[in-house]
Every structure is written in C-alpha cells, then in structure tokens.
Design a protein around this ligand. Sequence first.
Ligand code: ADP
Ligand code: ADP
Length: 227
Amino acid sequence: MEVLRVEHLSKLYGSGETVVKALDDISFSVKKGEFVAIVGPSGSGKSTLLHLLGGVDRPTSGKVLVENTDVYQQNETQLAIFRRRQIGLIYQFYNLIPVLNVEENITLPLLLDGHKVDENQLHTIVKILGLTDRLSHLPNQLSGGQQQRVSIGRALIHNPTIMLADEPTGNLDSKNSNEIIELLKMFNKTYSQTLIVITHDERIALQADKIIEIEDGRITRNELIRA
Ligand code: ADP
Ligand code: ADP
C-alpha cells in the first residue's frame, strides 16, 4: 500500500536575481513500512524535501499526498494537525524542550492535541528505547544518544503515518549511531513504521529498502535495494 506520493515537486527560495531552485520536479512514491534513505551532497535539497514531506514548508509547485490526502490543499489549522498526528520528525540536534523532563518531552505532542497519555503505550515505547529509569531527567542530564532516543519517543507517541529523520546520527559517535539506527529499524520492521532518513553515512543508506539520491534538486537515483 502506498502511503506517500510526491508529484512534480519544486521549491524555489527567494525571488528575481537571487532565486535558488532547491527542488526541481521531484516525483517518487513510498509504500507502507518502507525504509527509504535520502542521500546526496550538501546543498542538494534533501532537507527542503524532508520539510515538504512533513508539512513544515509549502512547495512552489507540485503535490505531496499522504494516504491520499493532498497535504498542501489543507489550510494552516489542518496542516498543523497533519504535522502532529501523521508525521514524526527527528532532527540531528534532537530539538528537545530543555525545561521539560523526558516523559514530558515524549508526551508533549499528545497533550498539545488534547489527548490523554496511554500509559501502556508510553511504557512500551520508553522500555524499547531504554529510557525507563530516565523519565524524570532533563535533556541536559542525558548523553546525546539518550537525547536522540527521547526524540524518537516523541516522534512515535502519535503513531505517525511516516517517520522523517534528518541526519539523526550526525551528532553521534559510531556506537550511539548504530544504536539509533537499530532502534529506528526495529520500529520500522516490527511495527511497519514507514521511515525516511536523510544520511551522509553510506553504511546507513545500505541498510534501507530504497535509496533516493538527490543532486542539484533533482533525483539522480531511485533504487530498490531490498524487496
Ligand atoms: P541539503 O539538505 O541537501 O544540504 P537544503 O535543502 O538545505 O540541502 O538546501 C538546498 C538549497 O536551497 C541550497 O542551495 C540552500 O542554500 C538553499 N536553501 C535552503 N533553505 C533556504 C532558505 N530558507 N532560504 C534560501 N535558500 C535556502
Ligand atoms: P550512552 O552511551 O548510554 O548514550 P554515555 O556513556 O555517553 O551514555 O553516558 C553515560 C551516562 O552519563 C549517561 O547515562 C548520562 O546520564 C550521563 N551523561 C552523559 N553525557 C552527559 C552530559 N553531557 N551531561 C550530563 N550527563 C551526561
């Protein structure tokens, strides 16, 4: 089943003489449960693409369809709800809220939506992430690997349709990088959690089902490496 379809997506920044074409007519699709790696040189448009998939920015032209919803046909209110419920975002520098503890950071998306925390679900996620004895710690009391595990928890708490990660291991040593990728793969395989990861690390890209390479805002490779 297809969960994501991108059609002729383009994004220009600026205007007139200073216009930058960050994405130029990108099209591809992703199936439920797929693990897709997005690779390519710095400045090629990878982060722009991820933001457009996540409803964070608006395209100049083209469409993003998530479970057949045309993401950018929605108004701002609908888009905000889409981002919270359907997208789980993971960043290189975690983006945790420093004054909230681990449990509060993970459950924040639910509370923002007026939903009760499902204690069973919370404890299952926290246990898998190895954070059970860290729930009342603040982010600055945690290692980088632990902070990234908290951000994975926050991304998963809403059972998102798609998990998007922008260089999730870019700030971690190889041991912690491996742990983070193993966790993301575990949720991908065990729960069929669709996963799209931007990475510079070839060893990570080679673990994906599909590699999409972007150069100068265009797809130069879209290869299924695992069925
Ligand atoms: P990557 O993630 O592959 O490094 P980006 O998507 O960040 O690439 O950037 C693609 C191009 O768009 C680059 O030329 C970058 O300088 C430009 N760009 C990105 N964001 C902005 C912005 N907010 N305003 C202007 N130009 C931008
Ligand atoms: P891990 O490998 O499990 O991510 P580390 O070996 O880096 O963790 O750290 C061990 C312990 O030291 C962690 O459980 C964490 O509580 C604490 N710690 C690590 N880095 C920091 C830091 N920058 N500030 C405060 N505490 C830290």
